[in-house]
Design a protein around this ligand. Structure first.
Ligand SMILES: NC(=O)c1ccc[n+]([C@@H]2O[C@H](COP(=O)([O-])OP(=O)(O)OC[C@H]3O[C@@H](n4cnc5c(N)ncnc54)[C@H](OP(=O)(O)O)[C@@H]3O)[C@@H](O)[C@H]2O)c1
Length: 304
């Protein structure tokens, strides 16, 4: 896997693997009535959790063997143990991997970021994390939480510290108080929601952008898109491969998620072609500011 340089001189793989599994569970057990749906999901999740966790560990190990090196998780995903197992199952040395996890909102509210981090470390069965982030900038708490991350960095528990879901104003606040600058901001980016002003701002501050929901969860509007279809036909690639390549051309690190071996392979097959600058601009122009996930300035942090 190719790597890029972060502002502190450390390296980061140019693409990663997302591991948030919740969507997969929702797909398996859905019913139109929201209440019933929630109940079915809760029951099934409890019953099937051990099986699903084993399956997830197996698929992540497979992904690592295929060539994925950056693994993205969060203590909110309840899968850090699976990732710890997957690392061992893969047989790939720890030093070749780049493990990323995040402090939850609850830990920020409760002032337990450090305890939460140590739990993550234990669940992952690791002695350091490559990149530790704040999952969201929880109002009234994210500056203190950042200071906790700085301590973990200074103590050598984490190689890099970063942010997620931060708007420009959150970053400005952090830059005013920080001793250690954030190297990265993980935000929602895909052709329906390019967030150019924020991406440009981060670039100007030397903060690497990592794209979550980078495939827009295979949104139908992108599947129907003529620009993507034409470019995909030209290169003999799928539209989703073109989208991943577009992230790379823009210097953005995508972390696509798949729990399907064939699609995991497909998502890696993006390093044998490149897009012209005109094609990159054409894909940029698809943007309709359509956010699929939450807006950090307008969401209920107690529910996230
Ligand atoms: N910081 C945050 O707040 C935050 C928020 C959201 C996400 N994230 C991170 O970003 C990761 C990715 O985001 P995401 O899971 O929301 O969305 P995504 O990666 O854009 O899309 C995942 C969906 O696309 C499908 N897919 C993947 N590759 C495909 C392919 N080649 N062909 C067809 N379908 C394909 C997957 O289905 P199959 O599994 O069936 O292939 C899955 O349903 C997460 O897993 C998580 O690690 C972070």
């Amino acid at each position: 896997m190719q790597e890029l340089l972060l502002s502190n001189g450390n390296k980061l793989p140019v693409m990663g693997l997302g591991t948030d599994d919740v969507f997969y569970l929702k797909k398996l057990f859905s019913c139109k009535n929201k209440e019933i749906n929630r109940y079915i999901q809760a029951c099934n999740y409890r019953l099937l959790k051990p099986v699903l966790k084993r399956r997830l560990a197996f698929i992540i190990a497979k992904a690592i063997k295929m060539g994925y090196r950056l693994i993205d998780t969060s203590s909110a995903y309840d899968n850090e143990e699976c990732i710890g197992k997957a690392i061992k199952l893969s047989g790939i040395p720890r030093t070749e991997l780049y493990i990323t996890t995040r402090a939850t909102n609850k830990q920020q509210y409760n002032g337990t970021v450090r305890e939460g981090f140590l739990k993550s470390l234990k669940k992952l069965d690791l002695d350091y994390i490559d990149l530790y982030m704040l999952h969201w900038p929880v109002p009234g708490h994210y500056l203190d939480a950042w200071r906790e991350l700085e301590k973990l960095y200074e103590e050598g528990y984490v190689r890099n510290i970063g942010l997620a879901n931060c708007h420009q104003h959150h970053i400005e606040d952090i830059l005013k108080i920080c001793k250690v600058r954030p190297v990265l901001n993980q935000i929602e980016v895909h052709p329906l929601f390019t967030q150019k002003p924020l991406v440009e701002y981060c670039k100007s501050e030397g903060i690497q952008i990592e794209a979550y929901t980078p495939l827009a969860r295979n949104d139908e509007r992108l599947r129907r898109n003529r620009i993507l279809r034409t470019i995909a036909e030209k290169y003999g690639k799928t539209q989703l491969q073109v989208i991943l390549r577009w992230h790379i051309e823009n210097g953005v690190v995508p972390v696509p998620r798949s729990t399907n071996a064939k699609r995991l392979e497909q998502n890696l097959e993006i390093f044998d072609f490149s897009l012209t600058s005109d094609e990159v601009k054409q894909i940029d122009s698809i943007n309709i500011n359509s956010r699929l996930r939450y807006d950090p300035d307008n969401c209920d942090f107690t529910q996230l």
